[in-house]
Write a protein that binds this ligand. Structure first.
Ligand SMILES: NC(=O)c1ccc[n+]([C@@H]2O[C@H](COP(=O)([O-])OP(=O)(O)OC[C@H]3O[C@@H](n4cnc5c(N)ncnc54)[C@H](O)[C@@H]3O)[C@@H](O)[C@H]2O)c1
Length: 338
């Protein structure tokens, strides 16, 4: 486990969110001061966001500000007041499919919000800006595994386009104002207290509501969808290592994949989830399954090359889906069922 400099001030946006929460918790456990920002939007159940925040409250060095990163004046005030050394921007409108239904919020949070973060870092210099990009920037690329140097100018959803835009904007600000910045392309992150809009969580909800699950893979198991699933603890460890290594190039901007480098067939993932839930609940869980065509904006495979991460940070994710999904299943049963 990599150590952090507890004399620095860390700002985590999206702190009530899945990844932001675990990251803030790790920083606080190591004695760091964390300024957390979140607008607590209702894209998914806000109770889960408050549950996460409750777990951060006992830490004396945690300050929570309810606010929107797209409010430039507020962001400038927060930066001037708290002078963060490390900024971790995890606030964003996530989700590929929702970007087809409600594009406005993606432009507001992911483009305007991110622009405000860059402007704030320009006027209040920081040691390192680390921000969330996404594996979705690889779109329908056929060459696998996906490498950071691959061509990513053909996004297939507005969500992906906003994340690719963030990488371009960060590069420009690093070039012009020498802001050390690192973008992280996360690959399907899962775990306890995860995002209810994600498939594994949604399937579990449906099962306990007595409803069938819909699987958007055409029912074609020969050519099933593949996803590189990454367990939350591996993501946090990757971020922590990256925090400690700001880029030092002439243009101090870098982009890394953080994935498992081991894609699973969607059907295998579902089978393992059924097994883990069966163990957690003490009876056999079998989902009733309906197969449907792949959805617009979805991609057929994600597969991370993590050579760059491993070479630069000496780290690669290690949690198997069996281990990670069991932790999710145990948490879910405890939180929702018992
Ligand atoms: N979880 C994944 O599999 C995954 C994969 C790729 C990329 N990402 C990216 O990682 C980041 C974190 O994702 P997550 O899974 O924790 O999502 P999440 O939705 O759980 O967390 C995001 C948090 O940001 C907050 N937020 C959204 N817009 C905001 C705004 N304008 N101002 C302030 N707060 C705002 C939300 O209320 C939420 O609590 C996001 O940028 C997401 O796009 C996640």
């Amino acid at each position: 486990m990599k150590k952090l400099n507890s004399k620095k001030i860390y700002m985590v946006t999206g702190v009530a969110g899945f990844i932001g929460f675990y990251l803030a918790k790790r920083l606080l456990e190591q004695g760091c001061k964390v300024i957390g920002i979140d607008n607590i939007n209702n894209y998914y159940d806000i109770n889960l966001k408050y549950t996460r925040l409750e777990k951060l409250k006992p830490f004396k060095k945690f300050i929570f500000i309810k606010g929107d990163i797209s409010d430039k004046e507020m962001m400038m005030k927060i930066f001037t007041r708290y002078k963060p050394n490390i900024v971790l921007n995890l606030a964003a409108q996530a989700g590929v499919r929702y970007s087809i239904e409600n594009p406005d919020v993606y432009i507001q949070s992911n483009i305007i919000g991110f622009y405000n973060i860059l402007e704030a870092c320009r006027h209040n210099p920081v040691d390192h800006l680390v921000y969330a990009s996404s594996s979705s920037v690889y779109g329908s690329n056929q060459k696998i595994p996906f490498e950071e140097s691959d061509f990513v100018d053909h996004p297939v959803s507005l969500y992906a386009a906003t994340k690719k835009s963030n990488e371009l904007m960060a590069h420009t600000y690093s070039h012009l104002f020498k802001i050390p910045a690192t973008g992280l392309r996360f690959f399907t992150v899962y775990g306890p207290m995860g995002r209810p809009d994600m498939a594994y969580f949604g399937f579990t909800n449906k099962y306990f509501n007595g409803e069938p699950i819909k699987i958007y893979n055409n029912g074609d198991f020969e050519h099933d969808l593949y996803r590189d699933f990454t367990y939350i603890d591996d993501i946090v460890e990757g971020i922590v290592r990256i925090i400690n290594s700001p880029p030092v190039d002439t243009v101090p901007h870098k982009v890394y994949n953080i994935g498992n480098n081991s894609p699973e067939k969607l059907m295998v993932f579902i089978e393992v989830l059924e097994k883990c839930l069966s163990k957690a609940v003490g009876k056999e869980v079998v989902f009733e399954k309906i197969f449907e065509p792949i959805k617009p904006g979805d991609v057929s495979a994600t597969y991370a090359s993590i050579d760059l991460l491993q070479k630069s940070m000496g780290f690669k994710p290690t949690t198997s889906i069996m281990e990670g999904l069991q932790k999710f299943a145990d948490w879910y049963i405890e939180y929702y069922v018992r």
